[in-house]
Ligand binder design. Structure first.
Ligand SMILES: [Zn+2]
Length: 223
């Protein structure tokens, strides 16, 4: 779908445009809506913040006819951030924020990781040991959750980044739990522990880096 206000290309099912903040449900009804687009993030904080009207404007100015219009219709107030360019399809999502990693995640990495998790579970299901069958189920669940995360991110859901951290967390925690349980039930396997520690370190780094990345883009996840 395409945002009727700014022209950004967005996934189907997006309620709020993360580029210009317009309410896509409302603007579908009202023509590129003045009412709708005020809702998320940007303008709400300016509009409905208690005290916004007081700051800089003495109380008695509120009654003055016209002050409201002049401040609301100031040219430029509709621009959420300098650098936004409406009506340009070339720069979707955020005009001045690189999104290559985000696109890599939703179009490749989470699909590939999720499918590999599910395919990898076959190895564990082929063993009769209960621990292996349980771990195979965990692999299927982890793979399904990675693909779920892909959709939460693609639709700019507010919990999308958190889902991603959980996905990475599972990738680290599950091999570690498997290595510990394997040691308890059978024997301590140094190769299992070595790969588990690698997975824990790797997923910890990924959570930290992605947290930095998505913190900077938190305002995009408005749905
Ligand atoms: Zn838009």
């Amino acid at each position: 779908m395409v945002c009727p206000r700014c022209g950004a290309t967005l996934p189907e099912g997006t309620n709020f445009c993360p580029v210009c903040g317009s309410n896509l449900n409302a603007s579908a009804r009202t023509n590129s809506g003045q009412p709708g687009w005020q809702q998320p993030g940007y303008s709400q904080s300016n509009y409905q913040q208690p005290g916004w009207q007081q700051s800089g404007y003495p109380q008695n100015n509120n009654q003055q006819p016209g002050w409201r219009q002049s401040s609301y219709q100031q040219p430029g107030w509709q621009t959420p951030q300098p650098g936004y360019q409406y009506g340009q399809n070339q720069r979707p999502y955020a005009a001045n924020m690189p999104m290559s990693w985000y696109k890599f995640l939703i179009y490749f990495a989470l699909w590939a990781g999720g499918i590999l998790n599910i395919l990898g579970s076959v190895n564990y299901f082929s063993s009769p040991a209960l621990l292996n069958i349980l771990y195979g189920l965990v692999c299927v669940a982890a793979g399904a959750f990675a693909i779920y995360t892909r959709y939460r991110l693609a639709q700019f859901r507010t919990d999308g980044p958190m889902c991603l951290y959980i996905t990475y967390g599972i990738q680290g925690a599950a091999p570690l739990a498997y290595a510990v349980l394997f040691a308890l039930f059978y024997y301590p396997s140094s190769s299992l522990f070595a790969s588990a520690i690698g997975a824990v370190v790797g997923s910890g780094i990924m959570v930290a880096l992605n947290h930095i990345y998505f913190q900077k883009r938190a305002r995009l996840f408005v749905n």
